[in-house]
Design a protein. Structure first.
Length: 130
């Protein structure tokens, strides 16, 4: 038995939720199914085990986040504890790209076209990576 509070491996979807990259574990799993999450530059399933040193890439809307696994928390951690479990290597240009393109511009619709249909809404969700 280990006396350490850290776990050596963790499921990808649980880890993404625990280090606060996603609000819910279901969103993390959905993003994995959609192909928006990579581990060591390979598409990854939600059930994949992560180990310290793995590189995780996550597409969140317009931003491509890049983090390195430092540790595996036993559960969801506070925002102050997140740097102890992952190292953020996202380029500042990625955040600048998101700031320069407001979402409203992407979602602009033609005047008179009415409300978005269910098909339109799903297309918008795919575009935003939701």
């Amino acid at each position: 038995m280990s006396t350490s509070s850290e776990i050596s491996t963790a499921r990808l979807d649980k880890w993404l939720w625990a280090v606060r990259l996603f609000k819910t574990r279901a969103q993390a799993a959905s993003s994995c199914r959609a192909g928006s999450v990579t581990v060591n530059d390979l598409a990854a399933k939600a059930s994949r085990d992560l180990r310290p040193g793995d590189r995780v890439g996550v597409k969140l809307g317009l931003v491509q986040r890049s983090v390195v696994v430092v540790g595996c928390p036993p559960g969801r951690v506070s925002a102050k504890q997140v740097p102890g479990y992952c190292e953020d290597r996202t380029l500042p240009s990625e955040f600048e790209k998101a700031r320069s393109q407001p979402v409203q511009h992407l979602l602009e619709r033609e005047k008179g076209s009415g409300r978005p249909t269910k098909r339109d809404r799903r297309a918008i969700d795919r575009l935003l990576g939701l």
